[in-house]
Design a binder for this molecule. Sequence first.
Ligand SMILES: *Cc1c(COP(=O)(O)O)cnc(C)c1O
Length: 236
Amino acid sequence: MSIAENVARIRAEIQQAALACGRDPKSIQLCAATKMNDADAVRQAIAAGVDCCGENRVQELTAKLAENAYEGAPVHFIGHLQTNKVKFVVGKVDLIQSVDSERLLKAIDKEASKQGIVQNILLEVNIGEEASKSGFGADDILPLVDRLAEFPNVCLKGLMAIPPISHNSGENLKFFQKMFQLSVDIRNKIDDNVMVDCLSMGMSGDFVDAISSGSTMIRVGTAIFGARDYAKLSSN
Ligand SMILES: *Cc1c(COP(=O)(O)O)cnc(C)c1O
């Protein structure tokens, strides 16, 4: 199947999942997770109407930006970002979804200040409390939101989560529901909260459950582009 056919099928699945739980399908954005796919594939996904692209690695982001691969769609950063690389990402992307530590938050704020901009961000929550994953603990989020004024050059747009890899539908529902509750708690806390409405969760294998739990942005790679060829990466 072509990228365009895959995007059309996923849109239909989003619509079905949204309507099944009484949500407006337009309230769910489709972010193409473009890692390991080249500029041509990215352009096909944008032409097929994805809402935005999410890149994982700084080097790939920089290379594809140089090729104008993302023209016509916002680009997000969704991978783990090292503090020494923030200057390659801040001001280059519309949203950094994967702010996973206070140290990184500080570095982004500092770089944005240097550039004279405000960087849109999401806070990444390690909702499955996995040792192998970075991200804030769910309990760290509300106290941090209280102190956001310390970081005047970032604008919080919401939360992001990557729950444990699941092979059976329903397995991650409890994590998605916890994330939704946390996003409601944040909106109740912030006076000017209308823009803190992004809840980025759900991937190829579990986006239907994410949508039924209140996700407003799903990040889909494999279902759009096919399986990633990791062999290709190591031989380069
Ligand atoms: C790769 C990736 C995705 C997409 O995963 P698929 O299972 O291929 O849909 C989503 N989010 C992040 C952060 C990723 O790195």
